[in-house]
Write a protein that binds this ligand. Structure first.
Ligand code: CP
Ligand code: NVA
Length: 313
């Protein structure tokens, strides 16, 4: 019988991020903190368990943290490189799911389309974890709020300003902030706002948590007095053809020293990485002592280990 503090009431999958209630996120953070403080306690927690990693897009952080995370819990991961062909091209997504469930205990998938991950989850009898899609990046947002809580201790009084593209990372920050009761101010250019359905869902969740969600277009207004400033690339993976156009449209949204100076005096800078210094952020901001980007990256490991423990044990 396990004596590990893994008894979470977790959902089966992490496909959108909405599966976890605020109480379940709190439990997950508690477990992640324990995993981070005493990793040796969990060394064989997932012994004999296997995880398939399906990646249609490149990755540094997500791949390494899931592979190292699984190994450090006593299990093993199998990497399936789908960068040359999208999932479903060689055989149907339901058939991939029905095969994998016979060999492994969970699937982590990074796909172009959110619908591919949802199709995997619909046809697999094992947990499916979203490792980034066009629509969501739930593991990232969970690690980000875990990092903010480590730094500030309390998320309820925290104002996070997100400046840039209303993309997958922005969507997951919205859904997570809404559950945790944080104040999220988002500034995007017109036409690049987060999806209205995601905003509506976040606003529904925010009613219970008293989170505050503001959609703006002025980056200075979003950053003013904020404790944390977050940005992401202007062209996400799959949008390379739009990169030059986006560079022009997003130029006023660069997080530079002047914009960052409008935040609270003790404000921190966040970025999911990879970053483009000189585009969405200047080197002076991302490489400053107030940047938490490598702490965020480290916490991907601890938070995802907690996710694996919650879903696979
Ligand atoms: N932040 C993040 O998911 O990084 P990778 O694309 O390197 O996995
Ligand atoms: N929005 C970025 C995040 C990378 C981790 C992308 O989708 O490429």
């Amino acid at each position: 019988m396990s004596t590990l503090p893994v008894a979470l009431t977790a959902p089966r999958d992490l496909v959108t991020g909405s599966e976890f209630s605020s109480a379940q996120i709190r439990e997950l953070f508690h477990l992640a903190a324990s995993v981070k403080a005493r990793p040796e306690r969990y060394r064989s927690a997932l012994a004999g368990r296997f995880l398939a990693l399906i990646f249609e897009k490149p990755s540094l952080r997500t791949r390494v943290t899931f592979e190292v995370g699984m190994a450090s819990l006593g299990g093993a991961a199998v990497f399936l490189d789908h960068q040359g062909s999208r999932l479903g091209m060689r055989e149907s997504v339901p058939d991939v799911a029905r095969n994998l469930e016979r060999w492994v205990h969970g699937i982590v998938a990074r796909t172009f389309s959110q619908s591919t991950i949802e199709e995997l989850a619909a046809h697999a009898a094992i947990p499916v974890i979203n490792a980034l899609s066009d629509r969501f990046h739930p593991c990232q947002a969970l690690a980000d709020f875990f990092t903010l809580e480590e730094h500030f201790r309390n998320l309820k009084d925290l104002t996070l300003a997100y400046v840039g593209d209303g993309n997958n990372v922005c969507h997951s920050l919205l859904l997570t902030a809404a559950r945790l009761g944080a104040h999220l101010r988002i500034a995007t250019p017109k036409g690049y706002e987060p999806d209205a359905a995601v905003v509506a869902e976040a606003r529904r969740a925010a009613r219970d948590s008293r989170a505050k969600i503001e959609l703006l277009h002025d980056p200075a207004e979003a950053v003013a007095g904020a404790q944390a400033v977050y940005t992401d690339v202007w062209a996400s993976m799959g949008q390379e053809a739009e990169a030059a156009t986006r560079e022009k449209i997003f130029a006023p949204y660069q997080v530079n020293e002047a914009l960052f100076a409008l935040a609270a005096p003790d404000a921190v800078f966040l970025h999911c990485l990879p970053a483009h210094r000189g585009s969405e952020v200047t080197a002076g901001v991302i490489d400053s002592p107030r940047s938490l980007v490598y702490q965020q990256a480290e916490n991907r490991l601890h938070v995802q280990k907690a996710i694996l423990l919650a879903l696979l044990s």
